[in-house]
Design a binder for this molecule. Structure first.
Ligand SMILES: CC(C)(COP(=O)(O)OP(=O)(O)OC[C@H]1O[C@@H](n2cnc3c(N)ncnc32)[C@H](O)[C@@H]1OP(=O)(O)O)[C@@H](O)C(=O)NCCC(=O)NCCS
Length: 212
């Protein structure tokens, strides 16, 4: 168990592995963090549920944040790779990373990142590639993947597509197209809506700034 102090208010913050008893609370926290953020409603709580059952899920690296016996954040890692012709290089990805809206901007997201990146380094992993908030991750050392010669599997680059070199020059000899777990493409609307019934009702709203 890793105990972290991120300021007085956060003195009881614990960053630790998730247990089965956390599943519901962690998913509900995820729902609250993403609800109406990128689109009306969200599917990230269902994604967390699917990921845990996937062979690509990396339980050893994923962590939840607990504060005063409440799950207030989580980061979920999975296996991914970069393909260059026939050459395949394994990398990490994570998603979701989220913090309960009542506890955001207190350093919890940063702690989840910092601790898991340190753990990934100790476990010998070299690089992380994500689709994420372009305003947030550069503060933590992430850079857009165009500079590494890594594209999405569709051959694209954009600000939200970023990489982090866990060891210096990790992407020096990794180039090509990025593939994440197929789980990320299995978030079918009807299944998301059925799964969402486990959690308290929240109204779906169309808001400015959403992607869709
Ligand atoms: C993004 C998120 C994980 C950050 O965690 P957090 O604990 O709230 O953030 P931290 O306390 O570690 O960092 C706070 C800093 O990040 C900035 N920040 C927080 N969320 C941000 C966002 N979405 N975009 C840009 N900057 C952001 C804050 O302004 C603050 O900046 P400052 O240090 O210059 O004042 C959290 O806000 C969250 O869950 N958001 C909703 C879900 C989400 O967008 N997840 C990321 C998906 S890729």
């Amino acid at each position: 168990m890793e105990i972290e102090s991120a300021g007085n208010e956060m003195r009881n913050l614990i960053i630790r592995k998730e247990t089965k008893d956390d599943y519901y609370n962690a998913e509900y926290m995820t729902k609250k963090a993403f609800w109406n953020l990128h689109r009306p409603g969200c599917d990230e709580h269902y994604l967390v549920h699917l990921l845990r059952g996937s062979a690509d899920y990396m339980e050893d690296l994923s962590r939840v944040a607990e504060l005063d016996n409440k799950i207030v954040g989580g980061i979920y890692y999975s296996k991914a790779y970069v393909l260059d012709g026939n050459a395949r290089a394994d990398v990490l990805t994570f998603g979701p990373l989220c913090v309960d809206p009542d506890y955001q901007n207190k350093g919890i997201g940063g702690k989840l990142l910092e601790i898991t990146i340190k753990e990934a380094r100790e476990q010998g992993y070299k690089g992380i590639i994500i689709f994420g908030e372009p305003g947030y991750y550069p503060k933590h050392g992430f850079k857009t993947c165009d500079r590494y010669g890594i594209t999405t599997k569709e051959g694209k680059n954009f600000d939200a597509f970023m990489g982090y070199e866990i060891v210096p020059n990790a992407f020096g000899d990794i180039h090509g197209e990025f593939y994440e777990s197929e789980i990320f493409e299995q978030l079918y609307t009807d299944r998301v809506e059925e799964y969402d019934k486990k959690f308290p009702y929240m109204e779906k709203l169309k808001l400015p700034g959403q992607w869709s």
